[in-house]
Design a protein around this ligand. Sequence first.
Ligand code: PEP
Length: 252
Amino acid sequence: MRRPIVAGNWKMHGTRADNARLIEELLGGHPDRAAAECLVFPPFVYLQEIGRLVRDTPIGLGAQSVCAEAQGAFTGEVSAGMLKDVGCSHVLVGHSERRWIYHEDDQLVARKFAAAQSKSLVPILCVGEHLWDRENGRTEEVVSRQLDAVIDLCGVAALESGIIAYEPMWAIGTGRTATPEQAQAVHAFIRERIGGRDAKIAKATRVLYGGSVKASNAAELFAQPDVDGGLIGGASLNAEEFLAILAACGSR
Ligand code: PEP
C-alpha cells in the first residue's frame, strides 16, 4: 500500500513573516489523521525556523535543492548534511526550474539524489518533458533518460527510499494541467520502466504528479491508479487551497 503524499513547493516566495504565517495556518487546519503525508518545502533561509514550528507535528519539512558535494569550497551551496541538521527529512532534486534555468543535467541531478540519500534524506526526483518534447512524441524518451541517470548511478534499489514526481514542464506554473489520462499514462510508463529492473520496487515507489494542481482538479488526478499524490507549487501558498488538496488526496 503506497501512502499518498501532498508536498508544497513554496519556491522563492514571501517574507520570513509570510512563511511563518503560512505554516501556522497549515498547522491550524491540518486534520489530526490525514490519509496523505503532508510536506512543505520553504526557501532555504527559513528552513530552520519552519523546522522548529513543524517539529512533532504531522507536517514534514523538505528543501528545494541540495548540493551534490558533501562540504567544501562551493560558495552559495547547501549540503545534505546541513539540511538534515536543520530538521529536513526530504529534498527535491531535478526540479524543472533547476534543470531549465540553472542547467542542472541528468548526471548532476543523479549525484544530488545520491548525496541526499547519503545523509538519509528522502530525495524527490522530479522528471518531466518540455512541450516540444511532448509534441514530438518524445515524452517517454526524456523521462526514461532522467530516470535512468539515477538508476545507473545509485542502483534501482535506491528508488525504494526515494520518491518520483512527474512534472511536465509545460504544466508548471502555467495553469495548464495534464489531463488525468495524460498523467496516468506517464506514471504507468515510469512504473513500467522501473519494473524492467525490479518489479517489487516499481510497485512500491510513490510517483507524484505536479503541474498546476489546484483544489478544483486534484481529486480527478489523484483518482488515477498510478498517481500517489501531488507536488504543488502556486496552490501551496494558500493554506486553505493546500489543505483542500490534502483532503482530496486523502479521499482517493
Ligand atoms: C512546482 O513548482 O513543482 C509546481 C508543480 O508548480 P505549480 O503547481 O505552480 O504548477
